[in-house]
Design a protein around this ligand. Sequence first.
Ligand code: GTP
Ligand code: MG
Length: 207
Amino acid sequence: MLVKSAEFVCSNTQVDKLPAPNLPEYAFIGRSNVGKSSLINALTNRKGLAKTSQRPGKTQLINHFIINDNWYLVDLPGYGYAQTSKKNREDWGKFIRYYLTRRENLQCIFVLIDSRLEPQKIDLDFCCWLGEKGLPFMLIFTKGDKQSNVKSDQNMAKFKRALLKWFEEVPRRFLTSSEEKVGLEPILAAIDEINAGFEPPIVTEEI
Ligand code: GTP
Ligand code: MG
């Protein structure tokens, strides 16, 4: 898929203020600092579209971007940010979980995992929660340029094995580097494929 246009639409903490659910939507989520915003910029080939930072906890809201006037891409705040209060973490959980379970046009959740790390409990727990809720997701391993492909492949295989303890099948997996623009096209192709079958939810108006 060619990204011809990519525009910021809005930032929100409230699900009832989000854009009408008439276009397919894809959310990017994962640990704080894993590279969500960088990946969104790489996928759309727009440097400053999503705000990135070396400091974890940069993205704090539900950020909607519209791509090719045809689908929404959503940048979410990261989980597992240690430098924040317990109350903040609980609030994060509440509003993100609410968004993920209630958003009718959400087609797929891309869970980002740092390819340099062995499987982390927080990521596995999050995937299990998605599984329990029956929410469709795929895995994107980030920062592939930071070590050899062999090392990345090993960590991806370990993550797959860990998930197979809970899941019968593991979802699709992608290895990427936003820095070197590697592994992006297969993600866009997966989105394209889902977009082709999208039917807007039927909105029933109150009489
Ligand atoms: P929060 O919004 O805080 O949850 O973080 P985030 O997941 O959006 O991470 P962000 O994209 O802001 O990136 C965090 C840091 O990782 C930045 O310093 C990026 O430059 C760096 N980074 C992200 N992706 C890559 C990558 O593919 N390769 C390398 N080498 N660095 C990356
Ligand atoms: Mg971010």
